[in-house]
Design a protein around this ligand. Structure first.
Ligand code: CA2
Length: 156
């Protein structure tokens, strides 16, 4: 069975491609999703997408994914990265591997973007590689999942 991966985006990322192309790129969220669908398919994974501007919805979705057997997620928590202990707790409590993705390099930006509440409960962080960062996160997750679940040994 193919592993199921999720790509989660937080507040204002529905605006991708519509404003600030110099910071976040010119591809829309829809464009990003179709590109990621192709990557997931080439990696042999199923994929679902979720974006919300409402924090509680993201917390609920993480719980749902964890209970539904999702194998791992790439998450761009947007501004909640820098504010949300609740999101950190949801990620930590999910038991799933997460990769935190930022399109921009948050460390080149304002000091308030330098701290992440969520990074410490993710496997790793990709920041500043543009939208390509999401693709790298999927690659990592598939690699990781295949390491965690070694193929069954042949029946004797
Ligand atoms: O670099 C990233 O991906 C961020 O997570 C983006 C967040 C920001 O608060 C983080 O510090 C870094 C902001 C997302 C807003 O996205 C927009 C996209 C297009 C137009 C307007 C906003």
């Amino acid at each position: 069975m193919k592993p199921l991966l999720a790509v989660l985006n937080g507040p204002n990322l529905d605006r991708l491609g519509k404003r600030e192309p110099g910071v976040y790129g010119s591809a829309t969220l829809e464009d990003l999703h179709s590109a990621l669908r192709a990557t997931a398919s080439s990696l042999g994974a199923d994929i679902i997408f979720f974006q919300t501007n409402h924090e509680g919805e993201l917390l609920d979705k993480i719980g749902e994914l964890a209970d539904g057997g999702c194998a791992g997620a790439a998450i761009n928590p947007g501004a909640w990265t820098h504010t949300s202990v609740a999101l950190r707790d949801a990620i930590a409590g999910s038991g799933m591997p997460f990769v935190e993705v930022h399109i921009s390099n948050v460390h080149k930006r304002e000091p308030f973007r330098h701290h992440s509440y969520t990074a410490g409960v993710c496997d790793g962080v990709i920041s500043g590689l543009g939208q390509q960062g999401y693709h790298f996160a999927l690659e990592y997750l598939v690699h990781q999942i295949s390491r965690e679940k070694p193929p069954r040994s042949p029946e004797k």
